[in-house]
Write a protein of this length. Structure first.
Length: 124
């Protein structure tokens, strides 16, 4: 598996960069800088980040989410999913602290509630 870019990635970057510059000019932006489409391979030094999210989103409704507020699976009460998979979308730059906080929140619920009475921690 690689995150390196291919020709289509470069073409998309050039297209989106051009569109973003056009939007900035249309909005009368006073500072646009020197926008550069992506070049080279993927990496932290060229704007790359790997904050993967989604796949098992948390929510309040088991018909629209996979996990409850304690990161416990709605369909398997003995399964807790920690990490970015719980986010229904990417919350922005560097979600590591939020992932850590949610992990502590879930671990506290597991040790103080679930282990004392295994089962769903939230009614579906």
């Amino acid at each position: 598996m690689t995150y390196n870019y291919f020709d289509n990635d470069y073409k998309m970057s050039a297209y989106l960069t051009e569109k973003a510059v056009g939007i900035a000019h249309a909005a009368n932006a006073t500072i646009v800088g020197n926008p550069q489409p992506r070049r080279g391979n993927y990496g932290a030094n060229n704007g790359g980040a790997a904050h993967h999210t989604g796949g098992a989103p948390m929510g309040t409704d088991p018909t629209t989410s996979a996990l409850n507020r304690y990161l416990q699976c709605w369909e398997a009460s003995n399964l807790f999913v920690m990490g970015g998979a719980a986010f229904p979308q990417n919350p922005g730059h560097n979600p590591t602290c939020t992932i850590g906080a949610l992990t502590y929140w879930s671990a506290q619920a597991i040790t103080s509630k679930y282990l004392k009475s295994p089962g769903p921690l939230v009614a579906a």
